[in-house]
Design a protein around this ligand. Structure first.
Ligand code: B1M
Length: 223
């Protein structure tokens, strides 16, 4: 199919359908075409990839899709995000702060957390990405080893988000809480929960997470 001839709204629809079907090559090709049309990574994520993944999430919830299909969709999304990565991380800004980020213990969802990490890099942060299933000791060791000012935790499951409270408590126990700006996010989390566990900020999306982190550094919050 000649993607260059497809109107943009149909291209978004195709990208979402192909993501749903886990067709990585097709999703990558559509992503490349949107880049050729000079759309921004943020537009591509919002209108194509994240929009497609939201549909996958709904059908996963409703028992229409199962783990193997969702894994295929996640693989396709990751392949497309790899194409956006150079644009998301490219930055002439000198590094001005360090962020330790990870998905909390028990949770292996990493697409959103990796987007936050990439966009933080693009904004000029040094990012220590600890991956998934990260326990409190690992978060604390990385904060110390890298002298990081910001801790970012991601959780997508209602069963794993309470672990964020455990990490905040560990920071308090180890005397690191006052020097660390704690940000939380991920589909399971909301602002009320962030406040309840005494995190400093909740990021509903990657762009907001970056703005909050920049604000924290600028205003020397907990540094
Ligand atoms: Co999972 N899963 N999953 N899954 N999965 C959800 C989260 C779910 C909502 C689906 C559903 O039922 N509708 C549901 C959770 C229900 C709940 O707890 N309330 C669910 C479930 C139940 C499960 C399993 C338990 C299923 C099972 O095995 N029975 C299992 C758990 C595994 C585990 O972690 N232990 C499981 C497994 C999986 C896969 C492995 C198949 C796969 C993950 C692959 C991967 O990540 N490598 C998967 C996927 C893909 C999803 C959905 C469909 C999509 C998640 C995603 O990548 N979204 C998801 C449905 C959904 O969320 N709508 C679902 C796109 C991504 C860009 O968004 O991660 O939210 P998100 O990130 C956003 C913001 O939240 C924010 O910025 C990002 C970009 O804007 N953000 C932050 C994220 N982290 C942040 C941190 C910040 C700030 C902002 O500061 C530090």
């Amino acid at each position: 199919m000649n993607l260059e001839k497809i109107p943009l709204d149909e291209l978004w629809e195709k990208m979402q359908d192909d993501l749903y079907d886990g067709l990585a090559d097709e999703v990558v090709a559509a992503t490349a075409e949107t880049l050729r049309r000079q759309l921004t990574p943020q537009e591509i994520l919002a209108n194509g990839l994240i929009a497609g993944m939201d549909i996958v999430g709904e059908d996963f919830r409703d028992g229409i899709l199962f783990v193997p299909e969702v894994l295929m969709a996640a693989k396709a999304m990751k392949a497309a995000v790899a194409l956006l990565r150079p644009l998301l991380v490219e930055s002439d800004v000198p590094k001005f702060g360090t962020v330790v980020i990870g998905t909390v213990k028990g949770d292996i969802h990493d697409i959103g957390k990796n987007l936050v990490a990439m966009m933080m890099e693009g904004a000029g942060f040094e990012v220590i990405n600890l991956g998934v299933n990260t326990d409190a000791n690992k978060f604390l060791a990385a904060l110390r080893d890298h002298n990081a000012q910001i801790l970012g935790m991601s959780a997508l499951l209602t069963t794993t988000m309470p672990y964020m409270r455990t990490v905040v408590q560990a920071l308090k126990d180890e005397g690191l809480r006052d020097k660390t700006y704690v940000m939380v996010g991920g589909a399971a989390v909301n602002a009320a929960f962030a406040e309840d566990i005494e995190a400093d900020a909740y990021g509903p999306d990657a762009a907001t997470a970056v703005s909050l982190a920049k604000w924290a550094i600028k205003h020397e919050k907990r540094l």
